[in-house]
Design a protein around this ligand. Structure first.
Ligand code: NAD
Length: 282
């Protein structure tokens, strides 16, 4: 039987783990933050003290840490998975990172027999809890059927992106489109408000013509909060976390390249707008 482990129990990781446990799966979990581990153990997961321990106990290791250097630490750090991984161990990277990061980690893992794939996730934590994520998979054709079955627990759409690294590329493109729509929504609403008109009417019209995406609609309340409300509700950390992820992904989009100069200027503008979009700056 395949034994699965999950490393990185933040907003997305914990939501995916909740989904997996709710579907009756058994899971070994690890995070540097012990409270996050304890929360998942309370739901039925089994704790591991390090990535190396996860690799020792599991055939499939899922990784959902923020950025490339965290992935590098999880796989190759002093207590990393490479220490105890073995031939045939499968690593699924859910983090949004540069395609080159996935390709480089796949190369490094070959030394100990590990196989690394990008299984990047589209959708928010609500989709994750409901098993309704979109999964952008690089190297799908090389995954064993039991691993593909695991993906079906998390996702209602599994996309065969192409070779390893292509899943990460699709995910970055997906996020550019998502954040551009967030920035557009915030801009349109502010403009309408400044004119004394009704922003609800604007949103209603956008929804009516099919332009308003579900993710944007879900995020809209965040875009109309005041700094005082954010402070009162203790949401500053949550907002900053989202801004940091957006800035990371829009920086990745620039690094991946491929866009015309004028579009690069647009990407930079959307990235710089993120603190305002998330109501942290006026
Ligand atoms: P997060 O900051 O909420 O959580 C990251 C977790 O990783 C933290 O609990 C942290 O303690 C842990 N971590 C960091 N380094 C570690 C290490 N070396 N070993 C073990 N644990 C470590 O981030 P998140 O929102 O869950 O996002 C994770 C990844 O998923 C990011 O790459 C993000 O871009 C991607 N993603 C997030 C969302 C979302 O809605 N939050 C959606 C799609 C994709």
């Amino acid at each position: 039987m395949t034994t699965c482990g999950y490393i990185g129990l933040g907003d997305m990781g914990s939501a995916m783990v909740e989904c997996f446990l709710a579907a009756g799966g058994e899971l070994v979990v690890h995070d540097l933050d012990v409270e996050r581990v304890d929360a998942m153990v309370a739901l039925g997961a089994s704790a591991a003290g390090s990535a190396a321990e996860v690799a020792q106990r599991c055939d499939v290791i899922e990784v959902c840490v923020p950025a490339a250097h965290h992935v590098e630490a999880v796989l190759n750090g002093p207590d990393g998975a490479a220490r105890s991984g073995r031939a045939g161990t499968v690593v699924l990277i859910h983090s949004t990172v540069h395609p080159k990061t996935v390709v480089a980690e796949a190369e490094r893992a070959r030394a100990w027999g590990g196989q690394v794939f990008d299984v990047c996730v589209g959708g928010g934590v609500v989709n994750a809890r409901e098993g309704e994520l979109t999964l952008f998979v690089g190297g799908l054709g090389d995954l064993a059927p039991e691993v593909v079955a695991l993906l079906d627990v998390y996702g209602s759409q599994v996309i065969d992106a192409g070779p390893v690294g292509a899943g990460a590329a699709l995910k970055i493109g997906f996020n550019v489109m998502t954040y551009a729509q967030f920035a557009a929504a915030r801009t349109g609403v502010d403009l309408v408000k400044a004119h004394g008109a009704d922003p609800e009417a604007l949103i209603d019209a956008w929804r009516h013509v099919g332009q308003l995406g579900v993710l944007t609609e879900r995020a809209l309340p965040l875009f109309s909060m005041t700094p005082d409300q954010i402070e009162e509700l203790g949401m500053a950390g949550f907002m900053r976390g989202h801004v940091e992820l957006a800035e990371k992904d829009l920086t990745l989009a620039r690094e991946v390249g491929g866009a015309a100069d004028a579009i690069n200027g647009f990407l930079d503008g959307v990235r710089r707008a993120m603190p305002s979009v998330y109501s942290l700056e006026t």
